[in-house]
Design a protein. Structure first.
Ligand SMILES: Nc1nc2c(ncn2[C@@H]2O[C@H](COP(=O)(O)OP(=O)(O)OP(=O)(O)O)[C@@H](O)[C@H]2O)c(=O)[nH]1
Ligand SMILES: [Mg+2]
Length: 287
């Protein structure tokens, strides 16, 4: 064991939607705490994931919603606000970019926000398993960062040097979380997020962005099966039809894939009862 004092601090993952922030937090801590999908606006909450290293200490990572330049609705405004709030009170900012996409106005806006924050920064060029046609556009920004690394969050490539660079920036201190705790989210919220991920993967067009998942009862029966009730709430009657699908096919497919994942992770038999309802105002309650 090293006698060096242990480090402890918080690092926020900031970037455009779809660059791979949630994939990265899961790969960094080795557990899926955040849902991911190929569609934008997947993340809606500042979910934390904890990395404990026996020698170096603890880092609490904060996943954030992607930041948008165009704010067409209340949900997007709220998501932007959550991401910006996560940039304060932290010890290190990890700016995640996707070099398969052009730097555009939105990226320049986020880069400006990142540069304006007074905390140490690392820039991560993700998706290095793909041809990063535009990597030079991002590398031109290297100067403002203490470290710039090319990684693949999906394939867990380049994470070791990234973790070392993060620990280098962390202050010394006692762990913020007990060593057996890996996230700030509770079981009910985790269940709702896994279901919402399947909605994002299984539905198209604007349907996933207008859906929220509200949990009903979660009960363990004597036979060991866990009965989970949840409602998919959408803001639009047309979307309700699309969520149910022809002959209930869509909702069945969402339920099937959510149940499979929940069973695999919990090692329990799950009975999942999903219903779909319309509430045009759910976004107004979103916090
Ligand atoms: N090829 C490749 N794809 C990746 C990599 N990392 C993430 N992805 C994919 O990129 C898509 C978006 O990933 P997310 O992790 O959900 O992105 P995000 O930045 O959290 O997106 P928001 O939550 O919407 O802001 C998913 O389809 C991921 O599988 C990578 O290293 N390589
Ligand atoms: Mg995300």
């Amino acid at each position: 064991m090293s006698d060096a004092p242990k480090k402890s601090g918080m690092a926020a993952l900031i970037g455009r939607s779809n660059v791979g922030k949630s994939t990265l937090i899961n790969s960094l801590i080795g557990t899926k705490v955040a849902i991911t999908s190929p569609k934008p606006q997947t993340t809606r909450h500042a979910i934390q994931g904890v990395l404990n290293d026996e020698m170096r200490g603890q880092v609490v990572f904060v996943d954030t919603p992607g930041i948008f330049k165009r704010v067409p609705d209340r949900l997007t405004a709220k998501l932007n606000e959550k991401a910006r709030e996560s940039m304060t009170g932290i010890d290190c900012l990890i700016y995640v970019v996707d070099p398969t996409r052009h730097v555009g106005e939105e990226e320049r806006l986020i880069h400006g926000l990142v540069m304006a924050s007074g905390v140490p920064k690392i820039m991560v060029l993700n998706k290095s398993d793909r041809r990063g046609e535009f990597r030079d556009e991002y590398l031109a920004w290297s100067d403002g960062f203490s470290t710039v690394l090319e990684i693949s969050a999906l394939h867990c490539k380049g994470l070791k040097p990234l973790i070392q660079a993060i620990f280098d920036l962390m202050p010394e201190g006692e762990p913020l979380y007990p060593l057996d705790r890996i996230t700030n989210i509770d079981n009910r919220f985790w269940l709702s997020e896994i279901i919402r991920e399947k909605v994002f993967i299984q539905t198209q067009q604007e349907v996933p962005f207008g859906v929220t998942v509200e949990m009903g009862s979660v009960e363990e029966r004597e036979n060991g099966t866990v009965y989970v009730q949840a409602s998919l709430i959408t803001r639009d009657k047309r979307h309700k039809k699309m969520l149910i699908g022809h002959g209930g096919e869509k909702i069945k497919a969402i339920g099937r894939s959510a149940r499979r994942e929940l069973e695999a992770v919990t090692n329990r038999k799950i009975f999942l009862d999903l219903e779909v309802s319309v509430d045009e105002k759910w976004e107004e309650r979103f916090v």
